[in-house]
Design a protein around this ligand. Structure first.
Ligand code: DGL
Length: 280
């Protein structure tokens, strides 16, 4: 007699906007038969210029939506800013396992770096928290962080291949590599510490010094999530081997904009996006 199969647990994925869809895109091939509920808190984006208190309040509300209303049994915080400033608050607020993107990003940097020195670009709030510096130090890496606040609005505007964006990236990276040299660092890797930046990867790769590796935490986050999820799935019951990926997307502002921009981040149509009101 064959064992009855059961639906896989829902994985909740959260970002302040669409950027986290790059993490969802990396999760799908690793967990092709999972059910994903993704919320982008687009009404309150950007988080990267806000205080820890506000970021934590917003992030907790999204996490609670995913757990209470979508039945998520596992959360991936696909937002660097929320991972850097609100991971503890989210873990305290929900009773399911929560994975952020900072540690997987540092793990990927450790695997890539030979010199042990890495550069990190991120939002203002992420840089001020020094979450990457701490996560890298825990892996014996020296990290120099730089806030690049103009990049998120440029991506939101769709200027991912614009000469203005290219010039801004060049200025930021020149400043960062000069600061690194002044500090006596010999960085060989650059961590994209913001979920919007993978969309700028081609421009960033053109702007980094020759030989520098560009690291996107999406892939290593997906690997860590798959390990955790598969561990839990065993206690949950067998997953339907014939099942297919289910994706449900929610946004707190214009679903039309989410459907257009979101498809770019996910590299496939995001389907019907539902509007959610999480309050002010
Ligand atoms: N999702 C944010 C991050 O990864 C970027 C956008 C924002 O500032 O809210 O840091």
């Amino acid at each position: 007699m064959t064992e009855a199969s059961s639906a896989p647990p829902t994985i909740g994925v959260f970002d302040s906007g669409f950027g986290g869809l790059t993490v969802l895109a990396a999760l799908i091939p690793k967990l092709p038969r999972a059910r994903f509920a993704f919320i982008g808190d687009t009404a309150r984006l950007p988080y990267g210029s806000k205080s820890r208190r506000t970021i934590a309040r917003y992030a907790v509300e999204s996490a609670q939506f995913l757990v209470r209303e979508q039945g998520a049994e596992f959360l991936v915080i696909a937002c660097n800013t929320a991972s850097a400033l609100a991971l503890d608050a989210i873990q305290d607020a929900v009773s399911v396992p929560v994975l952020g993107v900072i540690e997987p990003g540092a793990t990927a940097a450790r695997a890539a770096s030979k010199s042990g020195d890495v550069l990190v670009i991120a939002t203002d709030a992420t840089v001020q928290s020094h979450a990457y510096k701490a996560a890298c130090a825990a892996q014996n890496l020296r990290a120099l962080e730089k806030a690049c606040p103009l990049l998120v609005p440029l991506v939101e505007e769709g200027w991912t291949n614009h000469h203005v964006t290219q010039e801004i990236i060049r200025i930021y990276l020149d400043e960062l590599t000069n600061d690194a040299a002044a500090d006596g660092l010999k960085p060989d890797s650059l961590v994209l510490g913001c979920t919007h930046y993978p969309l700028l990867r081609p421009l960033i790769e053109q702007a980094v010094p020759a030989g520098m590796r560009v690291i996107d935490s999406a892939e290593s986050t997906a690997e860590a999530a798959a390990r955790l999820f598969n561990g839990r799935a065993k206690s949950h019951g067998p997953i339907d081997e014939n099942g297919s990926t289910e994706i449900h997307c929610f946004a707190t502002d214009s679903v039309e904009k989410f459907e257009i921009l979101g498809s770019r981040f996910l590299s496939r149509p995001v389907g019907n996006v539902q509007l959610v009101d999480l309050g002010g």
